[in-house]
Structures are given as C-alpha cells and as structure tokens.
Design a protein around this ligand. Sequence first.
Ligand code: KG4
Ligand code: ZN
Length: 360
Amino acid sequence: MNQAILGIETSCDETGVAVYDPALGLRAHTLYSQIDLHAQYGGVVPELASRDHVRKLLPLIRQTLAEAGMSVRDIGGVAYTAGPGLVGALLVGAGVGRALAWALDVPAIGVHHMEGHLLAPLLEDAQLAPPFVALLVSGGHTQLIAVRAIGDYELLGETLDDAAGEAFDKTAKLMGLPYPGGPHLAALAERGTPGKFKFSRPMTDRPGLDFSFSGLKTQVLLAWQKSDQTDITRADIARGFEDAIVDTLAIKCERALDATGMQILVVAGGVGANRRLRAKLEMMVGQRDGRVAFPRPAFCTDNGAMIAYAGALRLAAGLHDGAGVDVHPRWEMATLPPLPPSLSLAKGRDGVGLRQCTQL
Ligand code: KG4
Ligand code: ZN
C-alpha cells in the first residue's frame, strides 16, 4: 500500500508542497514565495495570491514528486491547509488536493494551518513529544497553548490585537522598510544599539497570558517621527522594538511554563525564525532546567512539510474528510479532535533541504 502523504500549503502568500512518508520521514519539500508579487503593494493582495497559487501549485507538485523520486501513483493520501487563512488562496489548495485524492482514490484531510506550525518542531526532533507549552507566533496569530497530547490543545493566552509578526510588519512599514517587514526589521536591529530606544513590554505588569502589540507600533511611530530619521537611528529603533517584543514573549512563555508545570517550550510560526527570540528563550529555559525546541527557520515560516506531517498523523489515526471542498478561513484549533496518545510516525531524515523555487 502506498503510504506517502502529499502536503499542500496555500493559506497565504507561499505555495508549499511536500511529500512525507510515515515510515521514512520527509522525502522532499519545495516552496514558491509570492513576496515579489506583493512587495509593490506593501502587503498581501488576496486576489493576486489566489491566482498565483493557481499558476504555481501543479508545477510545484510535479517538481516535488520528481525530487522525491516518485510519481503521482505513489501518493497514498493528501493533506491540504483548510484554514485559517485567505479564503480564495485556501480554496486553490483544497480544490487541487481534493481532486487529486478523488482521482487517485486515496483519503484526503484538511489540516489546520496552526496545528501544522505547532507540530513542525516534531518533524525532525526524535526526542520531542507532548506535554509541552507551544508559543505560536506568526503573521496572523500569537498564542500560548498547553499541548497535553497531539490534538489536545488548551488556549492559555493570545493577542488581543496585532499578532507579533503583524507588529513586526507594520512597524517595519512605517519606518520605510520593504515587505515583508519582519525579517528586514530583524536584520536592521542587528546593527542597532540596545537601550537607545526603550519601548514598553505590554501587559507584563499584570497577571495573565494575553498579549497586546498594537500600542508598540504607535510608540515606534512617535519615536521615529521625532527622530533625525537617519539609518543609524532606524537601526536603534528597530533594536528597541525587537527587544520589547522578544522580552514580552519570553516573560509570558515563562509564566505559561510556571502555570502549567510543564518543562518544555516549543516555538513555531514565522517569528520563531527570529534569532534574538531564539537566543532569549534558550537563556530563559536554561535558567530553569527546561528545554526549548524550534524548527529550523525554513519550517518556522509557512511550508508544505508541516502540512504533510500534521495530515499524516491525522490520516494515520483513521481520520479523513468527505469529498466536498470545504475551507475554514476562521477556525479555532481547540475544536480539533484529539488523536490517540500512542500515535507516532517516523521523524524526518536530516538534510532534506528546502528547494526554493523562483521559476516555475
Ligand atoms: O508563519 P508565517 O510564515 O505566516 C503566517 O502564518 O502568518 O509568519 C510570517 C510572519 C510575518 O509577519 C513575518 O514578518 C514574520 O513572520 N517573520 C519574522 C522573521 N521571519 C519571519 N519576524 C521577525 N523576525 C524574523 N526573523
Ligand atoms: Zn503560517
């Protein structure tokens, strides 16, 4: 019986495809980023995103299968992102995924994008297993989740306004940095002097695990407008902003570990690629004999591998969806059905490199 699971990610501005074999691990994964397409507009234009997924998805599937040394007949199941995300973009992946599964007569499942992010660190780390606290920090979400088992998720806290990635992106934009702002702002912050600009650590002065980042960008805007607006000042402000976000996330992560009595922190989502956040959390857990796990940076941001892996786990548990093309632009992760605790799949082989495709 064919086992390989094809994973498809099209929830926003990256087309990601991967093949994951439950016995052998990750076989191939490829990514096509639409950054150049949206950069001129300063953000993702949903209609353009959907159209580009239509153009790129099938060639990317062919290429990923070729890299895995497989043909379409070797696919034993299909996993596609069914939400949350942009409805048109989701429908492209769901439509292709479902049609392919129908044609091949194999099961298909719609995967929760954030569960994909949350499980990505498990893909390559043989020691890692629940229970753990997960910090999900992406462009659309900032959540702390108690993961008691795969599929058993309790929301401990979340942002009341902007997500951490969104705060990075908006702050970068107001200082004139190109889209997507997060990585640009982080690179700029490397050259900034810590402490030159001090911004608040929102909601850390009261108990609780929620976040609020929208006020920070206003603080940055005022500082930027009042400043001499030189490159050095921009880097100093970037550093001050990054330190404020990183400190705030670290304080809340420590509180979540205390509140749950858990020792392991797992970080996932695009902001998890941030170097300073990684270093700060390493230090924080090191001081309390805990452990922090991050996926490699390519698995922090959107990718097909995390969708293939999350889908493979659910398919292995006997779950699958009906033949309708259903997507959920808004979708609470806590509504997902839990999986049997004994379930475990092969971890990814080391060294399956990301194939970044610029021409399709
Ligand atoms: O998880 P992701 O790829 O997409 C969503 O599901 O949202 O996260 C994208 C977000 C963007 O806001 C991006 O600016 C941010 O992650 N990001 C970063 C870094 N790399 C990506 N933010 C800070 N530092 C980084 N190095
Ligand atoms: Zn994402």
